[in-house]
Design a protein around this ligand. Sequence first.
Ligand SMILES: *Cc1c(COP(=O)(O)O)cnc(C)c1O
Length: 369
Amino acid sequence: MSSVLEQAHPWLEGLVAYDPGKPIEETARELGLDPADIVKLASNENPIGPSPKAVEAMKQAAESVHIYPDGGGYRLRTAVAETFGLARENVVISNGSNEIIELVGHGFLSPGDEVVAAEHAFVVYKLMATLFGATTVEVPDPGFVHDLDAMAAAIGPRTRMVFVANPNNPTGTMVDGAAIDRFMAKVPDHVVVIFDEAYYEFVPDPPDTLRYVREGRNVVVMRTFSKIQGLAGLRIGYGLTTPEIAGVLQKCRQPFNTNSIAQAGAVAGLLDEEHQRRTRELTDEGRAFLERSFAEMGLEHVPSSANFVLVKVGDGDAVFQAMLRRGVIVRAMRGYKLPDWVRISVGTMPQNERCIATLKEVLAGTAAA
Ligand SMILES: *Cc1c(COP(=O)(O)O)cnc(C)c1O
């Protein structure tokens, strides 16, 4: 036997692969269903699709894919910088905003280091920490809201970074600007704070975390094109940070980490405010419908600031399976130590209505087996 496997990093043994939302095609294949009859409300995607302007820009960019992308992402970084009143040097573009999590790991984590996150925070933080041999300190989040005072208190000499997901996935909860200010006043200089703002555009009056970037604090604000812009399949996102931290992250990425079609689509999507406004309106209406329906059904749910709702259904795995057989894909939450809950993304109104009708059917046990 080769000893090469023994040379793999020992901490990789504890690493469990990310379990994504079940794809439509896979569900259709396994259940013999028509993909067109399947509703996926499992990955917080945009139910009205990408911006038409982004699609147009991507078609044009497709004509030039024989040329390598602009590794520096000049146009996209400029557009992002201008949109948020920062400089290009503050912007790092990435293969999905998830890559930012990996880049901060490459830049700052060594085996034995600690990462602080909320107990029910987005699970990728912990996966990435494990990848680099670091330990995640999980801080209890009463009522599913990040307890920033407790998170500040959990910072120790080995802490390299703290993740604040705002709004958080899968809970949909937020912390406000006052809590963030109090937190930032306590964070020492040897710690990087990462604000994951994947759902930022869905929030009417989000806290101004870019203020800390402007003040030169050790902060990375993560944003993505996967959610409100409807470009999840492209894999593109960005981090906003100080020029110094951006310099570190730039060294850690591959030369062409984002492709030319994604860069072109992202620029057009960023500027398409009309598409974002429509998505926000549809999301507000759909989320209100879902939350009202859960209340009428007597199901506990966590009031959400994002485009999904966490709802307590009993046996989350069984409900997921029973809904799946009826062509509605939701997300079971056992991986988040929430086996009684499922997370449901806001879809179009017909999709939301079908989802609620299916959930009622399943919970009534008509054919729960
Ligand atoms: C969806 C999501 C992201 C975005 O991931 P991408 O890699 O940009 O697609 C990041 N953080 C959270 C909390 C999310 O829910």
